[in-house]
Design a protein around this ligand. Structure first.
Ligand code: ARG
Length: 458
């Protein structure tokens, strides 16, 4: 295919070099944004009397036809084209001849690709936000059903203190709500139009960049044309927000994997989100959760690759920057796929409340509450802590638990103990009496559920 830039050359590009250079394979995704951007540009060129009104209308009509033809499948995207920008322009010119050649006045592919990518990422990020909201709604629903479900809370993966499953799930709700805000912030930073920066130095034509920006839904224009074409901070910001989402999904996945093991058996995943083994008939594997955990690494890789690609680039545009798209498109696809299976996997998971409760009964997770009991009776916390440590050691030796250790044994450690201690250290009391803001107590948990509901309503 002869190149739109062929004028200066006496020889065609080598076939392998041409394939190597081409980005149509992945940037054809941006056809809609490319065409919309060109339409706004053509309208501005006429409004500013840079091209005639008739020419502009002809260009805009034809671009509309091209868009419809791509969408209906009538116009397949030519895999031999150099990139989506060249493809659309060549198609335009083949349909309306010389008029089509006027479109690229006061514009360059450098500002064109920068504007297309920002618009594309804006749209995709909206979709990811919607998926995160769906996940939040599922988590909040599950939390509402488990305000009284007691399980051990862990530190160092050792049983630590009793908590409710609602409280545990809501920790993830907080993470995902922050992820949404992070994405919204990144979009805010990105939502400035670089179009009209041209190759790097701006243009001699009397363009109106603001009107184009407004027509394309931007909040304004980038203020430096060199920065306009060479800035990819928005890719880095989004990729890091996507990486944090994956990190959260991965931690959650890790817990789902642990919880569905025979060792824990806190949850049972629905058959539709598990797989069997080709050899071991008893197996029900949490492959979806494992894959989400595994794919986190590739999104981190997309972030690292992009940062590394950018770090040595002189201003302004360099072809290295074409690599931004494969990385960020891969990250978007991965995040979308992961959220797509993770949310229904959580929605359909069965919570095995009895097993959670049984696990909470073991492991002395009410030891802190026993110490607090002694403090309420007048002992300093450190002294109480020491005595409870000795009682725990005694229980371990004798195969006892705090809940049923006889009163005479308690009395041998301190006179302070009375029969009311059994109620004070019951798992239910331990949870109910956690009254501090943000705690596992039911009042606090209800407030957290309300917060997420309000967040989703906004
Ligand atoms: N396909 C190119 C990219 O994605 C478009 C910009 C080309 N600009 C240039 N000066 N060669 O980066």
């Amino acid at each position: 295919m002869s190149k739109l830039w062929a004028g200066r050359f006496s020889k065609e590009i080598d076939k392998l070099a041409d394939d190597f250079n081409s980005s149509i394979r992945f940037d054809s995704k941006m056809y809609k944004q490319d065409i919309k951007g060109s339409m706004a540009h053509a309208a501005m060129l006429a409004a500013q009397h840079i091209i005639g009104k008739d020419d502009s209308e002809k260009i805009i009509d034809c671009l509309g036809d091209i868009l419809a033809d791509i969408e209906s499948g009538k116009l397949p995207i030519d895999p031999e084209a150099e990139d989506i920008h060249m493809f659309v322009e060549a198609e335009l010119t083949s349909r309306i001849g010389d008029t089509g050649k006027k479109l690229h006045t006061a514009r360059s592919r450098n500002d064109q690709v920068a504007v297309d990518l920002r618009m594309y990422l804006r749209d995709e990020t909206d979709e990811i936000i919607a998926s995160l909201k769906a996940l939040l709604a599922v988590i909040n629903e599950k939390a509402s059903e488990n305000i009284d479900t007691i399980l051990p809370g862990y530190t160092h993966l050792q049983r630590a203190q009793p908590i409710t499953f609602a409280h545990h799930l809501l920790a993830y709700a907080m993470m995902f709500s922050r992820d949404i805000v992070r994405l919204q912030d990144a979009v805010k930073h990105m939502n400035l139009s670089p179009l009209g920066s041209c190759a790097l130095a701006g243009t001699t034509y009397n363009t109106d960049r603001e009107s184009v920006a407004e027509a394309l839904g931007f909040d304004g224009i980038t203020l430096n044309s060199i920065d306009g074409v060479s800035d990819r901070d928005f890719c880095v910001e989004l990729l890091s927000a996507y990486s944090v989402i994956m990190m959260h999904l991965s931690r959650f996945s890790e817990e789902v994997i642990l919880w569905s093991s025979w060792e824990f058996k806190f949850v049972e995943l629905d058959d539709s989100y598990t797989t069997g083994s080709s050899i071991m008939p008893q197996k029900k594997n949490p492959d979806m959760a494992e894959l989400v955990r595994g794919k986190t690494g590739r999104v981190y890789g997309d972030l690292m690759g992009t940062l590394t690609m950018l770090k040595g680039l002189p201003l302004a545009y360099n072809k290295d920057m074409q690599e931004d798209k494969e990385a960020i498109f891969d990250a978007i696809e991965t995040v979308k796929m992961c959220l797509g299976v993770f949310t229904p996997m959580i929605a359909t998971m069965t919570v095995l409340k009895d097993n959670m409760y049984k696990a909470a009964q073991k492991g002395f997770i009410n030891a802190t509450d026993l110490a607090d009991y002694m403090v309420k009776k007048g002992l300093p916390f450190r002294s109480a802590y020491k005595i409870v440590g000795q009682i725990v050691a005694h229980c371990i030796e004798k195969g006892e638990v705090l809940d049923t250790l006889p009163m005479e044994s308690y009395k041998s450690f301190s006179d302070i103990f009375e029969d009311d201690l059994y109620n004070e250290i019951s798992l239910e009391t331990c949870v109910k009496t956690r009254i501090s803001a943000g705690s596992t107590g039911p009042e606090s948990v209800k407030k957290q559920i309300e917060y997420i509901n309000k967040f989703l309503g906004e």
